[in-house]
Write a protein of this length. Structure first.
Length: 497
């Protein structure tokens, strides 16, 4: 069931009274676990057996990793750890990338007159597999590193994997943050109830009134590029930049708000990313749970591995530390792109962000670089506010350009997009699309500005008058409900990942 649907609102409302009637910690956790599986079964009941199997295997891997530290046990722990990593990644790769790799290698084999068409499988990708697989890897890794103790309650571990607000599209929760919350009797405080309701209402507004409405323009244009003018496809790209942010940040707000109603805190996933002054800051503000996961479980181990095997000398005039950064960053973000989808478009998108990050790192490290000197000389005659504005605009343009590969389905569509830009075509709808971009862009900007100025995603609650607070929230919710009645809800963009 979609968060932006009436069935989810009914589901959530029906769960709460029974949850608060239940007396003990265990009964509440079991109830939430059953509810989470019911939520997953609504999509496809067959997925429940699959996620249960993954849960049990990772649970017992974790239990066996929690052992003493003599030589024999150390070897056993390493074997268990790598077995867990290979198992989880193998499941993800098989379901999500098998056909992609077969199709990619098919081009090579066709040169020798061999076809790989018969190897393609009709696989149904389990919903949310990218997210809960990463959570399983986090658990196995953290237990192996002894950052956390193994979980001995199968119910609690199963709830960590399958808790319904975060099951389909995150946030990618760390076991060290989530599991300890299940050790006390769950109950929301008054503050959590207010914050939860606020996040759900504002999240629905972002998703439905901004993300979905902008997305309808985007879908129509991106699926029929050849029929639209140059300006119209640029407008669609800008609207996609607004759509994906409103869509995913709206999802995260609803997920966090839903969890708060049960007394559970999920991590923030967005902190005004389009206000970033550089690409490194962008990745500290955008999809924070994924960025942190990639840093801790891929980038840092990869950097350490490369540094151990790379002699400390210069390569092409560059220090080995910078070479390590380049290699680790490019591999990490290329895989980040592939994680988002089995398409060369996503691979290129990830590689582009890796390139942006290495260029930014170069500008920081090499202060004598011409680009850096040029930027500094430009800023020398400007105030700090202007510097920040120029940096934000430059970073935003870089992000928008990268979204060409993220929003379009295939490289063929990318080629059509660039062809339309090179051979410019005027539009009769320039004013219309400009107005649409300004309207949706202003809505997102106001939300982010209020969050930034107040330091809170629940900024409405900062208003002193409770009557005004609940009046505003009721009005927002009422408008959103009306739109839900008249328009078919769109799936969340990140559900496909």
């Amino acid at each position: 069931m979609l968060f932006n649907s009436f069935i989810y609102l009914i589901f959530l409302t029906a769960l709460l009274p029974i949850f608060y009637i239940l007396p003990g910690r265990k009964s509440k956790n079991i109830y939430l676990l059953i509810s989470s599986y019911a939520f997953y079964a609504y999509w496809d009941w067959r997925f429940c057996g699959f996620i249960a199997l993954l849960t049990i295997i990772n649970f017992y891997i974790g239990k066996n990793l929690g052992s003493a530290s003599d030589t024999v046990i150390i070897k056993k722990r390493k074997m268990l750890f790598w077995s867990g990593i290979i198992f989880n990644l193998g499941i993800l790769i098989f379901f999500k990338y098998f056909n992609f790799f077969i199709g990619s290698f098919g081009v090579f084999f066709s040169l020798f007159g061999t076809s790989t068409d018969d190897l393609h499988l009709n696989l149904i990708i389990p919903l949310g597999i990218s997210f809960y697989t990463f959570q399983n890897i986090s658990y196995v890794t953290d237990v192996f590193r002894k950052k956390i103790s193994p979980e001995y309650s199968l119910t609690d571990f199963a709830l960590y994997v399958s808790f319904f607000p975060k099951l389909i599209a995150g946030p990618i929760e760390r076991p060290g943050n989530f599991l300890p919350q299940l050790k006390k009797k769950l109950a929301a405080s008054k503050a959590q109830l207010s914050e939860g309701i606020t996040l759900i209402i504002t999240g629905l507004f972002k998703k439905i009134m901004i993300g979905d409405t902008a997305g309808r323009y985007v879908d129509n244009i991106f699926k029929n590029l050849e029929y639209y003018s140059s300006y119209e496809i640029i407008a669609a790209l800008l609207l996609f930049t607004i759509q994906i942010y409103a869509d995913f940040s709206g999802y995260t707000s609803i997920a966090r708000g839903s969890a708060k109603l049960f007394g559970i805190e999920l991590m923030k996933n967005f902190e005004q990313p389009y206000f970033s002054k550089n690409i490194s800051e962008f990745w500290r503000r955008w999809h924070i749970s994924l960025s942190n996961w990639l840093r801790d479980y891929l980038y840092l181990p990869l950097s350490y591995s490369i540094s151990r095997n790379l002699p400390k000398e210069k390569y092409f005039g560059l220090k080995s530390d910078y070479i390590i950064y380049i290699l680790s960053t490019m591999v990490t973000f290329t895989l980040c792109g592939l994680w988002h989808g089995a398409s060369w478009n996503f691979v290129i998108w990830g590689a582009l962000h890796g390139l942006f990050l290495t260029v930014h790192r170069s500008m920081i490290l090499n202060k004598k670089a011409l680009t850096h000197k040029a930027v500094r000389s430009l800023f020398r005659f400007s105030g700090r506010s202007l510097q920040s504005a120029i940096s934000i605009i430059f970073t935003f343009i870089s992000i928008v350009l990268s979204f060409i590969f993220f929003g379009l389905v295939s490289l063929t569509d990318v080629a059509i997009f660039f062809e339309k830009i090179i051979f410019w075509e005027n539009s009769e709808n320039t004013l219309l699309f400009t107005s649409v971009i300004i309207a949706y862009g202003a809505a997102v900007f106001i939300f982010d500005l209020l969050e930034y100025k107040t330091g809170s995603h629940e900024f409405i609650l900062k208003i002193r008058s409770k009557g005004i607070v609940w009046g505003i929230l009721s009005a927002i919710f009422f408008v959103t409900l009306i739109y839900m009645f008249i328009a078919e809800p769109l799936p969340f963009v990140y559900f496909q990942f």
